[in-house]
Design a protein. Structure first.
Ligand code: TMP
Length: 391
């Protein structure tokens, strides 16, 4: 039984950064969020066709983000030590920052964005340009055999049909293999009010509670959870086939979520009210600053900021420009609100009084890089966990 609790209005594809000639034909959809009282899964009400999102033009290449490259290196080292897999498959391998920590001969990449699967193919990895389905898992099994480790980062929550996804994993996983995946944590989003994790690419936002139910329904056992700080708070989920010892971290997470109220619809209604208040406060803050003649720039042309800017209707009246380190985003405009995006080097940050943190999850990295801005009296604005200005 799905119950709607949040309506964020009309939204574009969050990562579809565009040029001026694309403004007239830009695609929009209704971004509403609901909760399934049975499985406890939180999902977007109207899914966007995945082909619209994950295609040759997908701009988010993970290797561009140094903190994420380091994160995947550490993750790969830990998985080798704990599970010693002989064969590895990554679902949503992007441009390869995780899989390149494993041998080419025994690793397989699955990635629907052709621009990225081509990159891992060029590096010598078996790469399938495809969405993850049971049909594909059959094909891979017949070519490469079963896999000891199936890994996915920020990918499983992108897939609409979770029953097929988990069934495909079960089909390809060796009998004592392990399925490890990490995605943003619903609990952290609810705690921090970070509603900007909600966009077309995240048709589902996972609690450990919902995953425990869904994995069980598909013959997999969730046996370990790691709580991570990446993407503002994520969970790394470990699952296996058959009777595997369930570790204490699972009960700990289920208890923490239950105490917070993950199993009650009222929790989501309270969150929706907090989101509305956040919008009002952010607009009040930005409008006051503009009224006082201040100049505001944003750092990080993130999918998250697409949600915030479109929900709050923040355009160039309030934020002049966004900078981003990703070459593919530079020279384009933000989806929906059409704020220009430049490289950081093309902007004199000292011309600005305030930086809105579009990439608030990299707050410390950005503050560290922008020491001169702060020394000159510059201040940062964020809306997480509440709207605030700080230096
Ligand atoms: P993410 O929050 O989805 O990982 O995206 C972060 C975006 O922010 C990505 O496009 C790169 C950009 N970015 C900067 O522009 N400057 C920075 O210092 C960092 C860390 C990220």
């Amino acid at each position: 039984m799905f119950k709607e609790f949040l309506d964020l209005g009309r939204h574009p594809i969050a990562n579809a950064f565009l040029r001026e000639d694309g403004f007239d034909t830009e695609f929009f959809f209704d971004l509403k969020v609901c909760w399934d009282g049975e499985s406890k899964l939180v999902s977007i009400k109207d899914f966007v066709e995945p082909e619209r999102i994950f295609n040759e033009d997908y701009p988010y290449n993970t290797s561009n983000s140094f903190p994420m490259v380091e994160h995947f290196k550490r993750t790969a080292e830990m998985l080798k030590k704990d599970f010693n897999p002989k064969t590895v498959l990554e679902i949503g391998s992007n441009d390869g920052p995780f899989i390149t920590n494993f041998d080419r001969e025994t690793s397989v990449c699955v990635e629907p964005c052709g621009n990225f699967s081509l990159k891992t193919a060029h590096m010598g990895y078996q790469s399938y340009t495809s969405f993850w389905t049971t049909e594909l898992s059959e094909k891979i099994k017949s070519h490469h055999g079963k896999m000891d480790l199936i890994y996915a980062a920020n990918c499983i929550c992108h897939i609409h049909d979770l029953d097929d996804t988990f069934n495909a994993v079960k089909n390809l996983l060796s009998d004592d293999g392990v399925f490890v995946f990490e995605d943003p944590s619903l609990l952290r989003i609810l705690e921090r009010g970070s509603y900007d994790q909600i966009y077309d690419e995240h048709p589902h936002i996972f609690s450990v509670t919902a995953l425990n139910n869904l994995l069980k329904r598909n013959g997999l056992t969730l046996f370990r959870v790691d709580n991570l700080s990446v993407h503002g708070g994520s969970n790394r989920i470990y699952a296996a086939k058959g009777n595997v010892g369930v570790e204490q971290s699972v009960a700990d997470n289920l208890t923490e979520e239950s105490i917070f109220g993950i199993n009650h619809f009222q929790t989501y209604e309270i969150f929706a009210k907090r989101v509305e208040n956040s919008k009002e406060e952010l607009l009040r803050c930005l409008k006051n600053l503009k009224h006082n003649g201040k100049k505001i720039i944003s750092i990080g042309a993130t999918a998250k900021s697409t949600t915030v800017f479109n929900y709050c209707k923040i355009d160039t009246e309030l934020i002049d420009v966004i900078t981003d380190t990703t070459a593919e985003k530079q020279g384009k405009f933000s989806p929906g609100m059409h704020i220009p995006i430049l490289s950081r080097e093309d902007v004199n940050i000292l011309d600005y009084d305030y930086v809105y943190l579009g990439a608030w999850n990299f707050k410390d990295v950005i503050a560290n890089k922008e020491r001169e801005f702060v020394e000159n009296g510059g201040k940062f604005i964020t809306h997480v966990p509440q709207v605030m200005v700080f230096s």
